[in-house]
Design a protein around this ligand. Structure first.
Ligand SMILES: Nc1nc2c(c(=O)[nH]1)N(C=O)[C@@H](CNc1ccc(C(=O)N[C@@H](CCC(=O)O)C(=O)O)cc1)CN2
Ligand SMILES: Nc1ncnc2c1ncn2[C@@H]1O[C@H](COP(=O)(O)OP(=O)(O)OP(=O)(O)O)[C@@H](O)[C@H]1O
Length: 195
């Protein structure tokens, strides 16, 4: 399979998950994400989430409640043009929304922030922490922009076990996730594991 075929394979598997199972898996994924966030060295001013589309794991509601309780801000990505890094805009439940270049809902406010922790939706992923997304290269460009700006970032990939692959055949631009969280738990990709 090439990356486009892996993407189609994984999207089909993800869309086949029935609602009851999806609810249970999303709850388990949220538990895994929460444990990672709770163990971060310091309270973060901003966490980058995402507005779930196309059968992505949806943890936005508990994430919003959790961050609000701790006085942390939550921001959502906006793809404002093709081939540029994502911009993160502060969001809270009920905030006014507009649409980005792909028609996805994004916060209407134009303020941009740089969350040091990003939840990154995975269409498919592998044990080394590499991912396949929708093919726009947005998260890869975004992580590269953080690196170029000298801003540390923790990337937490979020996906379902049924879209795990032995090897996603990453390209030169692909940057690995620091963590991957699925319904089976949270793991640090082998290549990145530290003593
Ligand atoms: N929930 C969520 N929000 C997100 C992302 C994401 O992966 N998930 N993004 C992460 O990047 C950005 C949006 N990126 C997107 C990139 C491509 C397509 C998409 O539908 N692509 C078409 C092909 C379009 C084309 O070729 O021009 C497709 O897959 O059919 C959608 C969103 C920002 N917001
Ligand atoms: N840092 C970068 N600079 C320039 N081009 C990049 C960069 N990162 C990715 N690209 C390009 O973006 C395109 C899409 O990349 P890829 O197939 O890895 O997308 P994806 O990871 O599935 O999508 P996404 O990150 O949007 O979810 C490729 O043509 C790739 O070369």
């Amino acid at each position: 399979m090439d990356r486009a075929q892996m993407r189609q394979w994984a999207l089909a598997r993800r869309e086949a998950i029935v609602p009851e199972v999806r609810r249970a898996w999303d709850a388990a994924i949220w538990q895994g994400v929460k444990e990672i966030l709770a163990a971060l060295p310091a309270a973060q001013p901003w966490i980058g989430g995402y507005w779930a589309v196309r059968a992505e794991p949806d943890v936005l509601t508990p994430l919003a409640a959790w961050t609000a309780r701790r006085g942390m801000g939550l921001a959502l990505p906006a793809a404002l043009q093709k081939a540029v890094p994502l911009v993160f805009r502060p969001w809270s439940p009920g905030a006014p929304m507009t649409r980005d270049v792909f028609g996805l809902p994004v916060p209407a406010g134009e303020e941009a922030v740089w969350p040091a922790v990003l939840l990154v939706p995975l269409v498919a992923f592998d044990a080394a922490g590499y991912r396949i997304g929708y093919g726009g290269g947005f998260y890869d460009r975004t992580l590269a922009a953080y690196r170029a700006a000298g801003r540390p970032v923790t990337a937490i990939g979020v996906g379902y076990e049924c879209t795990r692959l032995p090897d996603t055949h990453p390209g030169v631009h692909d940057l690995p996730m620091d963590w991957i969280v699925t319904e089976a738990g949270a793991f640090q990709p082998a290549a990145r594991k530290r003593a």
